[in-house]
Design a protein around this ligand. Structure first.
Ligand code: NDP
Length: 272
């Protein structure tokens, strides 16, 4: 049976084995998918050990996404652009690194939330790993404008420069939280502020009635960002759909078939 796993530290909380087990049943694929706790200083060795045991691929989560990017002998375009890898493929060519987080975000917005990105004003809060992975997939949908706002403005400015030649010219701009102008059709919180139950210091005026407000974080309770957004007329959405969709993109890369995600997302929501 083909073997896959997710590497992280910590890893006990990971929902990836449940998601991939459901994908395997739905698509009739024979595979095993487990969690692997890699030592913080032993990620590469853990990957090599898994390959030696016959592993075909792996997901990678905190804190190993940058290390996975370095370890991969080949990178997909979206992994190059993201500067981080969340999916590894092991085959006769060696280790290939991919990044499915941004594609997962876009699939969740378009398919699950039923919102358009083309021609819309999009605000991305944050400029860390998750935000960087989202920029190219968002630009590929041809938004009218994509504004990246970050606490450290220089990091957001660097993303604007990086993506200028990749569809960002005339579309992408950067600013601090206090300088965001106007309201947006979609606001994505890709900061890790929600992990500390904090709200990025944004004005309510970034929302208009019906704005899709998506927090990449997920959990049983809405985040402070989603509560704030909903109280100003936005439609709140957490990051669970993005999680399931990034997994579906990884499954597609490994198995050549993309699972139907709607029912599995619903089941995952019930188990939060
Ligand atoms: P990083 O550590 O790489 O980046 C953190 C970002 O948040 C930076 O832009 C940082 O700003 C900003 N930030 C941190 N604290 C605050 C604060 N108190 N107020 C405002 N801004 C803040 O994290 P990631 O990009 O890896 O992850 C971001 C979030 O996305 C996490 O909540 C993570 O769980 C989630 N995520 C969800 C996924 C899913 O599938 N649903 C997939 C991947 C990530 P600065 O540059 O100034 O430090």
């Amino acid at each position: 049976m083909d073997r896959y796993c997710v590497f992280g530290n910590p890893i006990a909380h990971s929902k990836s084995p449940d998601i991939h087990a459901a994908f395997a049943v739905q698509t009739g694929q024979q595979l095993e998918y487990t969690k692997r706790l890699a030592p913080v200083d032993g990620f590469a060795a853990a990957v090599q050990a898994f390959i030696a045991e016959g592993g075909k691929g792996a997901n990678v989560t905190v804190p190993f996404k940058l290390e996975a990017h370095k370890l991969a002998g080949a990178l997909t375009i979206r992994a190059q652009a993201a500067g981080a890898v969340n999916t590894l493929l092991f085959d006769e060519h060696g280790i290939t690194g991919d990044n499915t987080d941004g594609a997962g975000l876009v699939a969740d917005i378009l398919v699950n939330a039923g919102a358009a990105i083309a021609g819309r004003r999009v605000l991305l809060l944050g400029a860390g790993g998750a935000a960087r992975g989202a920029v190219l997939p968002l630009l590929e949908q041809r938004p009218r404008e994509l504004v990246i706002a970050n606490r450290t403005v220089a990091t957001a400015d660097a993303l604007v420069r990086q993506f200028a030649a990749l569809g960002g010219e005339g579309v992408l701009s950067a600013c601090g939280f206090g300088d965001i102008a106007g309201s947006f059709d979609i606001v994505v919180n890709a900061t890790s502020a929600s992990l500390q139950a904090e709200l990025p210091p944004i004005a309510p005026s970034v929302f208009h009635p019906g704005t899709l407000a998506l927090d990449m974080m997920y959990g049983k309770e809405p985040t402070v960002f989603l509560t704030f957004a909903a109280s100003h007329g936005a439609v709140p959405r957490d990051g669970l759909g993005m999680l399931v969709e990034q997994a579906a993109e990884a499954f597609l890369g490994w198995r050549g078939v993309r699972p139907q995600t709607a029912a599995i997302l619903e089941t995952m929501r019930q188990t939060l």
